[in-house]
Design a protein. Structure first.
Length: 236
């Protein structure tokens, strides 16, 4: 991957990790390779995180990482999960270990409507919140009016790596909302974000979801209820 620029936030540089470990059972194919409106989802995710340096792809099992590596400009940036089989928390744990003392923008490969403006909006809303004046939470994520988090288009500090590893390990509470609670994450309410940013929170779990995204890219409106139409089980 060609380096672009290093972005700092809250006194530390920001790296990025694209999580591409899911096998896409509901989608029926490898979502990282899937073409939606003529663009591979992995390429959309890399474009959405291009402002940060470095950018890694965490790809699940070693075999999956080896299979995805040739698709990327810098194969050395594709790494397997530290704890394959642990689900998204395993990917986040790996991301935080890679980040060291940086912030890391974590993006799931199945959120193709997210672009670079998402991170600016999330950071700005977090910094404008009252708690930003008195504390610096080590995790920041959007949270909807129904209480559901979006943990896979979120910002985490590498200092949370030991906590994430504990949640990903044997006997750990792997639900991402439990990890966010344990981390004391700062919630950014949807109404603190631009409406266009909230509309981008549509994950592609099924072929129907992909059709919604294609309509959006063609300039069509999202269906009523399309945002979060297939919510993540661990986003509550």
């Amino acid at each position: 991957m060609t380096p672009t620029r290093v972005t700092h936030w809250r006194g530390a540089p920001v790296a990025a990790v694209v999580l591409a470990g899911g096998v896409g059972r509901r989608f029926g194919a490898d979502k990282a390779r899937a073409l939606v409106a003529g663009t591979r989802l992995i390429d959309r995710a890399l474009a959405a995180t291009a402002a940060f340096e470095p950018v890694w792809v965490v790809a699940g099992s070693p075999a999956r990482a080896a299979a995805l590596a040739p698709l990327l400009p810098d194969p050395d940036r594709v790494v397997p999960d530290d704890a394959p089989g642990a689900g998204p928390i395993g990917g986040i744990a790996t991301a935080l270990r890679l980040a060291g003392h940086r912030w890391v923008a974590v993006l799931a490969v199945d959120l193709p409507l997210i672009d670079g403006s998402w991170w600016t909006a999330l950071m700005s809303a977090a910094d404008a919140a009252p708690e930003a004046a008195t504390g610096r939470p080590l995790a920041v994520a959007a949270r909807g009016p129904d209480g559901r988090w979006e943990p896979l288009a979120a910002l985490y500090h590498g200092d949370l790596a030991p906590l994430a590893a504990a949640h990903a390990g044997p006997g750990g509470a792997r639900a991402l909302w439990r990890f966010l609670a344990a981390a004391g994450a700062q919630a950014v309410a949807y109404d603190a974000l631009p409406s266009a940013a909230v509309a981008a929170l549509h994950n592609v779990n099924t072929r129907e979801d992909a059709a919604v995204v294609e309509s959006r890219w063609r300039g069509g409106p999202l269906r009523d209820g399309a945002v979060g139409a297939t919510p993540r089980e661990d986003g509550r």
